[in-house]
Write a protein that binds this ligand. Structure first.
Ligand SMILES: [Zn+2]
Length: 260
């Protein structure tokens, strides 16, 4: 069985060195992963990881809404340069987040819009983070349409919001957080989504799944990217599918979404 981790942060120092992580992923059948940078300071590390493991790791470069106020004066030029140099790279992680007070959503919007425009210009898949800002996100994405395919990572929005985002090109990525007992609503939304738009991710080292899905425990409540097949098994059960069928479905969806 083959799995694809559509969103993680392997560059995070808290995950430790790359070789044992990659070996565990290969052992678990995780054949490919999209590694997302969250700020300019991480771009070089993500590019280096992808260069070291070109068969497995696909880089994505972006500015996360939490870091929107820290972007340097030349960030758009630097981002375009990196994307042009690395034709397989995506844009992200970018988005909107009302859970943080600083920067305010009003300051996050122009940074997101700039990233959507660069992605559209260079035709790169975009990975979007959204927390408590769904109306504003829909408005922003709709205003920039038509866009290349985009991933709503660790999707936690409503079914109604998903139905509005679908025709704009959205894919919905499921993380282990959706297996927490208090997140039953997330699983219910995924049951109703078109199967062709479902992706899987770990968001490692974040979004630790509950204990039954921790096949690869790490110290300090860190999520290991090789937990992905167990997370996929949990989603498969909720959807009434076999793990094999879900692995096949989400692998083929990831290929379509990222253009592999
Ligand atoms: Zn993330």
């Amino acid at each position: 069985m083959h799995w694809i981790d559509c969103h993680n942060h392997l560059q995070e120092a808290s995950l430790g060195a790359a070789p044992p992580l990659l070996a565990a992923m290969a052992g678990a059948g995780v054949l490919r992963a999209v590694v997302n940078a969250t700020c300019e300071a991480e771009w070089a590390a993500v590019a280096a990881l992808a260069a070291a493991y070109p068969q497995t790791l696909v880089p994505a470069f972006g500015i996360h809404p939490w870091h929107a106020h820290e972007a340097g004066a030349q960030w758009q030029r630097r981002l375009r340069w990196l994307l042009e140099k690395l034709p397989q790279a995506g844009v992200g992680e970018c988005g909107l987040d009302r859970w943080v007070a600083v920067p305010a959503v009003a300051a996050q919007v122009p940074v997101l819009v700039a990233q959507l425009r660069i992605a559209r210009e260079l035709q790169r898949t975009v990975t979007i983070h959204c927390v408590r800002a769904w109306g504003r996100l829909l408005e922003t994405v709709a205003a920039e349409a038509p866009l290349p395919p985009f991933v709503l990572h660790s999707y936690s929005g409503s079914l109604e919001m998903a139905r509005r985002l679908l025709p704009l090109g959205a894919y919905f990525s499921f993380s282990g957080r959706g297996l927490q007992p208090r997140q039953a609503a997330v699983l219910e939304v995924f049951r109703q989504l078109p199967r062709a738009r479902i992706l899987l991710e770990t968001d490692a080292p974040e979004m630790l799944p509950p204990p039954p899905y921790l096949t690869h425990p790490l110290p300090g409540q860190r999520n290991h990217p090789a937990n992905l097949p167990a997370i996929g098994g949990g989603l498969a059960r909720a959807l009434g599918m076999s793990a094999e069928a879900l692995a096949e479905l989400t692998t083929s969806n990831a290929r379509a979404c990222f253009g592999w």
